[in-house]
Design a protein around this ligand. Structure first.
Ligand code: CAA
Length: 403
């Protein structure tokens, strides 16, 4: 097996149907709207309804991936869920998905955590599982699913969001072949964390930006070694995007690291040109859905793949995944021949077209109702829902057979 034979066979994404335009939140919080639209680059955030959680978001994304790829449940031998919004301290989100998706009992499932890096950790593990031969011809399903929650009224409130991405990983992938060499960076820092008794994350916001950029520099150096700069050979660069301006800061750092020989003006010119071409066009889902933590990088990949379609075939993409705490990984892949047909089935633009915009009072009601639990009433047309919580047990339902 060659190193380019394993990768993403099909990608599916899901974002909640409800969204809050951030100019409405800015007005309610007394913040200038340009601080959010320009300063953070964010326009709206997806808001999970009381009948949605990381399990339902992940199951909906996974169902869409299996359906789009024509993949039967018995083809999946490994199901990994990466999330930092677990629904239980012991019972993994993956076992709920296993049932909702109708997977067979001949399947290994578990949940992984390393903040926003958990989805990528799952991808790397799944790729190794396939490459090692342990898959025995089966595929892995890696689901990155999260709800970004901060305290109401905090500056981080504008960087919330929700969504999921599901990646089917297999040999001879039909979408993106992943390169074997990756670059990693790990360091124990307190930039963002969520103690076990809290629903909302705690964050040292400005420090977290510095930690992210340090991790990017370290992972990029590990990826490149003594090789030539990567940006010249990439058709797109995707960065973990907690808020869109972060990707802009990341790309600036990458240009500085890749081209230290340039003076500051030349660096700025190169940054502006390459950002507009390689980075900015793929941030649209992040501008509209907000931070989706583990899923964020893969929402960018979904938008890129769907927007560029067959034009990407044979072209390389670079990806940077960051999880607070912290872990960074820079990796890359090549879109395979015929990938345009699979990209066209992701349906990302259609998800955004069908959204219901909330006002601030409705958003705050959803937050309060979601925190209370109970038996929600459902009206969003998605396949999988939380139907209630009783005796500390969560119950889920699906509208119809998925696969
Ligand atoms: N018009 C235009 N721009 C304005 C403005 C105005 N009226 N007022 C302010 N701005 C700009 C500021 O200049 C600043 O831009 P630069 O960063 O380019 O200088 C930007 O708006 C943000 O303003 P502040 O610096 O005042 O920042 P803030 O106090 O609002 O906090 C934040 C911003 C730190 C990102 C905060 O939202 C936060 O803590 N978010 C959560 C943490 C986070 O997302 N960290 C990212 C790295 S960690 C990670 O990636 C993991 C993860 O997913 C959480």
């Amino acid at each position: 097996m060659t190193t380019t034979d394993v990768g993403i066979d099909q990608l599916g994404i899901y974002v909640p149907r409800h969204a809050l335009p951030l100019d409405r939140l800015a007005a309610a919080r007394g913040v200038p709207p340009e601080k959010i639209s320009v300063g953070l680059g964010a326009l709206a955030m997806a808001v999970p309804a009381p009948w949605e959680d990381t399990v339902t978001l992940g199951a909906n994304a996974a169902a869409r991936a299996l359906r789009a790829g024509g993949i039967a449940p018995d083809e999946i031998g490994l199901l990994v869920v990466g999330t930092e919004t677990a629904v239980d301290h012991a019972k993994p989100a993956s076992i709920f998905l296993h049932e909702l998706l109708g997977l067979t009992s001949r399947c290994r499932t578990f949940e992984l955590k390393h903040a926003c890096y958990g989805g990528t950790a799952g991808v790397m593990m799944a790729v190794d599982w396939v490459r090692s031969g342990a898959a025995r011809g089966r595929k892995a399903l890696v689901v990155a699913t999260d709800i970004a929650r901060y305290d109401l009224g905090s500056s981080a409130e504008f960087t919330q969001g929700a969504g999921a991405a599901a990646l089917v990983i297999g040999a001879e992938p039909r979408l993106l072949a992943l390169d074997a060499g990756t670059g990693v960076y790990a360091s124990n820092v307190w930039d963002f964390w969520r103690p076990l008794d809290r629903r909302e994350a705690l964050v040292d916001g400005k420090f977290s930006v510095d930690c992210y950029l340090d991790a990017l520099g370290g992972a990029l150096a590990d990826y490149r070694g003594d090789a030539a700069p990567v940006m010249e050979r990439m058709t797109a660069l995707l960065y973990h995007t907690p808020f869109p301006k972060m990707a802009q800061k990341a790309h600036r750092r990458l240009v500085e690291r890749e081209h230290p020989e340039l003076d500051p003006d030349a660096q700025t010119a190169l940054f502006e040109r390459s950002y507009a071409e390689l980075v900015e066009p793929w941030l649209w889902l992040a501008r509209q859905a907000g931070n989706t933590y583990t899923a964020s990088l893969y929402l960018g990949l979904a938008w890129l793949a769907e927007q560029r379609g067959a034009a990407l075939e044979g072209r390389d993409v670079g990806l940077f995944s960051y999880g607070s705490g912290c872990q960074g990984e820079f990796f890359s892949g090549r879109f395979v021949a015929g990938s345009g047909a699979h990209a066209a089935r992701i349906g990302a633009a259609a998800l955004l077209a069908d959204r219901v915009l909330l006002d601030v009072a409705q958003y705050e009601d959803f937050v309060r109702e979601g925190a209370r639990g109970g038996t929600p009433s459902i009206d969003d047309g998605a396949l999988c829902h939380l139907t209630g919580v009783s005796d500390h047990k969560r119950h889920y339902g699906r509208q119809e057979a998925i696969a």
